[in-house]
Ligand binder design. Sequence first.
Ligand code: PEP
Ligand code: MG
Length: 575
Amino acid sequence: MNFTLHGIAVSSGIAIGHAHLLSHTALEVVHYVLPKQFIAAEVARFDAALESTRQELAALRGSRPQQAAAEFDAFLDLHLMILDDEHISRAPRAMIEREHCNAEWALKVQMDDLVAHFEAFEDAYLRERKTDVVQVVERVLKTLTGQPGHVPPPPQHDGNMILVAHDVSPADLIQLKPHQFSAILTDLGGATSHTAIIARGLNTPCVVGLHHARELLRENDLLIVDGELGVIIVNPDKQILTEYRLRQDQFGLERKKLRRLKATQATTLDGTTIELHANIELPHDLPEVKENGATGIGLFRSEFLFLNRDELPDEEEQFEAYRAVAEGMEGLPVTIRTFDLGADKQLNNAKRVASNPALGLRAIRLCLAEPQLFRTQLRALLRASHYGNVKILVPMLSGVAEISQTLQFINSVKQKLDAEGIPYNRSVPIGGMVEIPAAALALNAFTKKLDFLSIGTNDLIQYTLAIDRTDEEVASLYDPLHPAVLYLLAHVIGSANKAGIPVSVCGEMAGELVYTRLLLGLGLRQFSMNTAQLLAAKQRVLTTSLPELATLTQKILRADDPLKIHELLAKLNAA
Ligand code: PEP
Ligand code: MG
């Protein structure tokens, strides 16, 4: 059947390929068929995961809270009982042997069956136990898929597979990176969720917030993904396919043309040089940074070094990663953000997930609450500062107390390094992210105490408009042109410029061409964005004359009607 789905376009480009579905549980699971000779090993892998989960549950007994020992024991007993249930411990084995499928899939199918049994119970208590079943299975799935190298490979690899998932966490997407799907589709997610950000960095068309794609699409359906419009055409007819193939070629040609700008300096028509920096997640993003001619790294989201693993990276491992990037950029600025864990980037062994994680113990709050972790990272960062042009950026600062505490931490780590005779850059610049409205409104402390600022528009908009950036239900309310957002941007950029403090924007807004001139008009001279957007942004800068932006920008700031703002912005972009 031929039909169309509409979602939120988050990464442009056109892909034509076959759907590859990830399963519907909280932990996404792929289905693949194994050659006969691998079946025994797959069964052994399943058994080992069960055993490891059993040990994990048993070990939890040692950490039970004193005041609730009885409840905790009952919970563990129940989970161990579920683990030993025939559906969980034996039926998947039989299914692997019978259907030659992967262990994750077999477990998931059996779990669905067991959950259906529980749902049929009259008794509310028993019905609720299905949550325990899901929790136990998720534990086993984590053991099966959570180890590096255990992300199940897609069944065939012709480079034309389109990943269709209910949701993919940023951590999972990073792990799926080497499989190079030609597009990524999810039911959940907003345009600035970290999953969307990573998809954009992969230069892969991505549409999120599709609501029911995972249910409506079938494995191997032929799909056209229009990443520009957020449209998916399912099982298209020949004519549409031909048209989209043409558009795909055109898109490829445009990308190729942009590559010619790699070594060109990003200078406006009136001769002002604009810094176009790159956002990265891991050191291996470096080749793309260079290919796209970035003049620095404006945001290294260091927390990605901490995801997808049980053991956290120690000082040495972090130091090597930061040093590799610092040296690799050969003297160009490398802005490394201290880890922004929490919210949609949780550690594997996170002690607890807050009920409202975006407002919980996230980023600098977590750093200050976990001094040992923070000190280790600061040591690694300071040591790496000896090997390149490193700057340290601190996320989610809300005010003077956090700034002072952070600076104290840094000073105490410096003193320790001094005592040990370890070299570092004594004047390593320390910057703060402005991503909480309170920070933007009480900026004095920031401009007085910090060396540079970076505006995280993804969070600044989320917190200003009270819109969860990962929730597709409110994605349409996410509005970078809301007068309150524009006011804050104008205020922060203007105040930083006045105080002589370098300021950049490193949220997704920086890489969206429709906002380039507006940000330039507000006085921004430094942008940091996904590598995939750098060359197009450069082209925009090259065709812009700064003096011509002033009047329209002021009019936009004074307008409060959304239609008027869009009209003025269109004029600004047409000039
Ligand atoms: C932001 O909030 O705009 C930002 C750049 O940080 P992150 O997207 O990692 O939260
Ligand atoms: Mg942020």
